[in-house]
Design a protein around this ligand. Structure first.
Ligand code: ATP
Ligand code: MN
Length: 482
C-alpha cells in the first residue's frame, strides 16, 4: 500500500482508481458521520474520505473532529460529489491526535472566516488555514526560484555574517548583540559602556545588509549572492517593514548600473513566472481572496486588476526606466502635488521620495513597474558611485504597484580616493572599514548589486496587504511572540 500526500493523489486523479492507499492529515470537517474533508498541507485542495459508520466503533468516530490528526487506509473510488474526481473509501482509521471541539472553538482552527489579525495572534496555528498555507507554499516556491535563477546564471551563494562588527553600513537602525551583564555594565571614566570587555572585544550588531561583505566576495568570485536574515530596528509600524526579514543581495564584478537594472528586471520576472507556473492552485485561491478583499474597498483604493492580471502585467511589460530628475519634474507638476494632496509636497530637486510619491508614479502615472536611477548623492549611502555631475549617484530603486520600493541597488564607488573622500564627509571611520577599502586597493573593478526583501516579493505575488502575513513569525516593534 502506498502512502500518498494528498496533492499527489488528487493530481493522479482517475488513474488512481481502485488503488489501495494510505493518507495522513488533519480533519477540516466531518459531516453526517460520513464525509471527512482531509488536508495534509501539501496543497490547497482537501481529499474527501467516505466512511461507512457501521464498520467503525463509536469511540473512533467520536474522535474524528475538526483539527484532529488521522490516518486512513482505504480504496480510491470515483467521487459522486461535485468538484472532485476521486475520493477514498476508508477501510481503517487511526487517530494520531484528538482535538477537543470545545478547545478548537476558541481557535482559528474553527472552520469559518477569521480576520488576518486574529490569525496573527495564533501564528503557530495559522499554517493550518487555507490562506496562510497558500502564502507559505508560494513563499517556498519564490525562495527556490531565487536559488535556481542565480544557479542557472553562474552566481555563487555566499553566507555573510549575521553578527557584524561594523555599524557604518547606514541602511538602518541596528540591534546591539552583547553578552555583557546589562545590570552591571563596565564603563569608562566618562560613563560610556566599555565594549572592549564584551564577547567580541568590540561593539557588535545584527546585520542590516550583507552588501559590504558580498562586495569583497564578488572581488574574487565574480558573481555572488546572499540570501539571509536581516535586521532593522526601525520603529516604523507600516505594512511593508519588519524588524527581521530575509534579504537577497546579488553583487557582480564588472557590472555597471544598466547591467544591474537588467539583472533586477530579469530576476524579478523569473521568480514571478516561476510562481505563476508552479503555484497555480494557490494563486487561484489567493486571487479569489484578493477579488473579495477589493470589493470591500472604497472606489479610489480599488485595484484595476485582479491578482492574475497584476502578475501577467508585470511579466509582459518592460519596466520604465526614469532618472530621479525626470521623476521630480513629473511629481512637481502632478495633480496631487498641485492640489496639495501629498503629505510631503514636492518642492525642489533633492527631496527624498516618500512612498506616496513612488506609488503615484507606479500606480497612477505610468501604471507599470518603474526603475528610478541617478538619485541625489545626499540622500543615498556612501558606497554609491558618484556621477560626473558631482551631485548624483548611480543608485536605482525598483518600484512596484501596491508595494513601492521592492529593490534598492547601485553601482558601487570603485575609485578609492573618491570613496575615502565620501567617507570623510560622512564621518565614517576609515579604520573600522579598512578591509572594505582594501577591496579598492588590490585590483578594484566597477561592480554593482542590489537588495530585494523576499517578503515584499511574496507580498506582491500573493496580493497580501500586510507584510506580517507573509512570514511565519513576524518580528515588529513590541512583538516577538512565538
Ligand atoms: P524602505 O525605503 O522601504 O524602508 P530601504 O530603502 O531602507 O527601504 P534598502 O536598504 O534599500 O531598503 O534595502 C533593500 C530592500 O530590502 C528594499 O528594497 C526592500 O525590499 C527590503 N527592505 C528594506 N527594509 C525592510 C524592512 N524593514 N522589512 C522588509 N523589507 C525591507
Ligand atoms: Mn532603498
Amino acid at each position: 500500500m502506498k502512502v500518498y500526500r494528498i496533492k499527489e493523489l488528487l493530481s493522479k486523479g482517475r488513474e488512481a482508481l481502485h488503488e489501495e492507499v494510505i493518507v495522513k492529515g488533519w480533519v477540516r470537517s466531518f459531516r453526517s458521520n460520513q464525509f471527512i474533508s482531509l488536508n495534509d498541507g501539501s496543497g490547497q485542495n482537501n481529499l474527501q474520505i467516505v466512511i461507512d459508520y457501521n464498520n467503525f466503533d463509536n469511540e473512533t468516530l467520536k474522535q474524528i473532529t475538526t483539527a484532529s490528526a488521522i490516518r486512513i487506509d482505504g480504496i480510491v473510488s470515483e467521487s459522486k460529489g461535485a468538484g472532485q474526481e476521486i475520493e477514498v473509501i476508508a477501510a481503517k482509521i487511526k487517530i494520531y491526535g484528538y482535538a477537543n471541539p470545545d478547545d478548537v472553538q476558541e481557535t482559528i482552527l474553527q472552520p469559518k472566516r477569521h480576520s488576518l489579525e486574529k490569525l496573527r495572534e495564533q501564528a503557530h496555528l495559522r499554517f493550518r488555514t487555507n490562506t496562510f498555507a497558500a502564502v507559505m507554499r508560494v513563499r517556498n516556491a519564490l525562495s527556490f526560484a531565487v536559488h535556481q535563477y542565480f544557479n542557472k546564471n553562474g552566481f555563487f551563494y555566499i553566507n555573510t555574517p549575521i553578527i557584524t562588527g561594523s555599524d557604518a553600513e547606514g541602511a538602518g537602525e541596528m540591534f546591539t548583540v552583547t553578552n555583557l551583564d546589562l545590570n552591571d555594565l563596565p564603563r569608562d571614566n566618562d560613563g560610556i559602556v566599555d565594549f572592549s570587555q564584551d564577547f567580541f572585544g568590540k561593539k557588535t550588531n545584527l546585520t542590516v545588509s550583507g552588501q559590504l561583505e558580498a562586495e569583497a566576495a564578488a572581488m574574487g568570485l565574480g558573481k555572488v549572492y546572499t540570501f539571509g536574515p536581516t535586521f532593522r530596528a526601525e520603529n516604523s509600524n507600516t505594512t511593508r517593514h519588519l524588524a527581521e526579514f530575509w534579504m537577497i543581495e546579488p553583487e557582480v564584478a564588472f557590472y555597471d548600473l544598466e547591467k544591474d537594472i537588467d539583472l533586477a528586471e530579469d530576476f524579478l520576472k523569473y521568480c514571478i513566472q516561476y510562481a505563476v507556473d508552479n503555484c497555480k492552485e494557490d494563486l487561484d485561491f489567493l486571487n479569489k481572496r484578493f477579488e473579495e478583499e477589493q470589493k470591500q474597498k472604497p472606489k479610489e483604493e480599488k485595484s484595476e486588476h485582479n491578482l492574475h492580471e497584476k502578475l501577467e502585467f508585470v511579466l509582459k511589460n518592460k519596466f520604465i526606466r526614469l532618472s530621479y530628475t525626470e521623476a521630480i519634474d513629473i511629481l512637481k507638476n502632478s495633480k496631487p502635488n498641485q492640489k496639495g494632496k501629498f503629505k510631503y509636497p514636492i518642492e525642489e530637486w533633492g527631496a527624498d521620495l516618500q512612498s506616496e510619491h513612488e506609488r503615484y508614479l507606479v500606480e497612477k502615472h505610468f501604471k507599470t513597474p518603474v526603475v528610478l536611477f541617478d538619485y541625489p548623492a545626499k540622500i543615498k549611502a556612501f558606497y554609491m558611485r558618484l556621477n560626473d555631475d558631482g551631485k548624483t549617484v548611480r543608485a536605482m530603486d525598483v518600484l512596484f504597484p501596491g508595494i513601492g520600493e521592492i529593490i534598492g541597488g547601485s553601482q558601487r564607488e570603485e575609485r578609492p580616493e573618491i570613496l575615502k573622500q565620501k567617507m570623510r564627509e560622512l564621518n565614517i571611520n576609515e579604520e573600522e572599514l579598512w578591509w572594505y577599502l582594501d577591496t579598492r586597493k588590490f585590483g578594484t573593478v566597477p561592480h554593482a548589486g542590489f537588495g530585494l526583501g523576499l517578503e515584499r516579493l511574496v507580498q506582491f505575488v500573493t496580493g497580501m496587504g500586510n507584510i506580517r502575513d507573509v512570514i511565519p513569525f513576524p518580528r515588529t516593534p513590541n512583538n516577538a511572540e512565538f
